[in-house]
Design a protein around this ligand. Structure first.
Ligand code: NAD
Length: 299
């Protein structure tokens, strides 16, 4: 586990790769974005000229990419052709279950051990090394996967075989998308009813409305702990990413016959927000759409 290749150094990957470095591991990093590579260099990571060069000779290969097509391409073109036969391959991106299983199949056919290991916790947890990982892999591979992820993790839970990590992640984020809109609607109504947002936060966070979207990620600026709301909804978990996850959930629900009507509404609301041009803002910015006050988001 001494040498970790890390591909994808964006909002999440930057902090995660840095945690591997802080644990004393050699980190060979690569991202298509030169700005991300500059940040990685400043964090003391070894930047490589290509994904293949990063992967070559590494004991563990971690990918943290936007979506399924990116993961498939990086695996086909760089990871599988260049990784050492003994390398452990771990994809931490949030992608659809079918692609996760297809990539696992390609990796297994080529003789590699593979895990889908998406994360929960956001950028603050990525930087602090306190992410929750939900893992799809064989029972035999799990101890090594856990050891590989430990510098970045608060908890690592095996969900089942390949694809099960992504299934758990999609269900979790569907719940998150719905609960964040619920919290935002409650703040918007509280405002209309003349309640001070900080009073409402204090009461609801100690009452039955309490949930993570409220207490750990309050969407109202200046209320609760520091969140993306306090920096004009920059950084954090982009609304476009939440829309991606809700679409994955809708597709999975359609295929499996599960009833998910509230998640369908949530997907439509995030799609509208995205179409209005706010896909790059944190997903808690949906509060400003519901308040009918998008002006503050313009700058
Ligand atoms: P991001 O867009 O900030 O980062 C993705 C990075 O991948 C970018 O820097 C991009 O340049 C790089 N990239 C794309 N294609 C590449 C390629 N072919 N080779 C090398 N690099 C490439 O996204 P993020 O917020 O870091 O999210 C990454 C993944 O984690 C997503 O699947 C997302 O759904 C998931 N996730 C995000 C959060 C969050 O709070 N941001 C939380 C949990 C899970």
């Amino acid at each position: 586990m001494n040498c970790v290749a890390f591909i994808g150094l964006g909002n999440m990957g930057a902090g995660m790769a840095a945690r591997q470095g802080l644990a004393g591991r050699r980190v060979k990093a690569f991202d298509l974005s030169s700005a991300a590579m500059e940040r990685a260099k400043l964090a003391g990571l070894e930047t490589c000229e290509s994904a293949g060069a990063a992967v070559s000779g590494a004991d563990v290969v971690v990918t943290m990419l936007p979506a399924g097509p990116h993961v498939r391409r990086v695996y086909e073109e760089h990871v599988l052709p260049h990784a050492s036969p003994s390398a452990l391959l771990v994809d931490c991106s949030t992608i659809d279950v079918d692609t996760a299983r297809a990539v696992a199949g390609m990796a297994s056919e080529a003789g590699f051990r593979f895990a889908d290991a998406p994360v929960s916790g956001g950028t603050a947890a990525a930087e602090a090394g306190t992410l929750a990982f939900m893992v799809g892999c064989s029972e035999e591979a799990f101890p090594d996967v856990e050891a590989a992820l430990s510098p970045m993790a608060r908890v690592v839970i095996r969900a089942g075989e390949h694809g099960a990590g992504q299934a758990a992640k999609i269900c979790n984020n569907m719940l998150l998308g719905v609960s964040m809109i619920g919290v935002c609607e409650a703040f918007a109504l509280a405002e209309r009813l003349g309640l001070a947002p900080d009073r409402f936060f204090e009461i609801a966070s100690k009452s039955s409305g309490q949930c993570w979207s409220l207490t750990a990620y309050a969407p109202w600026p200046g209320v609760g702990p520091q969140t993306p709301a306090d920096r004009n909804y920059e950084g954090g978990f982009a609304s476009a990413m939440m829309l991606k996850d809700l679409k994955l959930a809708q597709e999975a629900a359609a295929r499996s016959g599960a009833a998910t009507p509230l998640a369908g509404q949530a997907a439509a609301i995030y799609a509208l927000f995205d179409r209005l041009g706010y896909g790059g803002r944190d997903f808690s910015a949906i509060l400003q759409l519901l308040r009918g006050d998008l002006d503050g988001l313009q700058s």
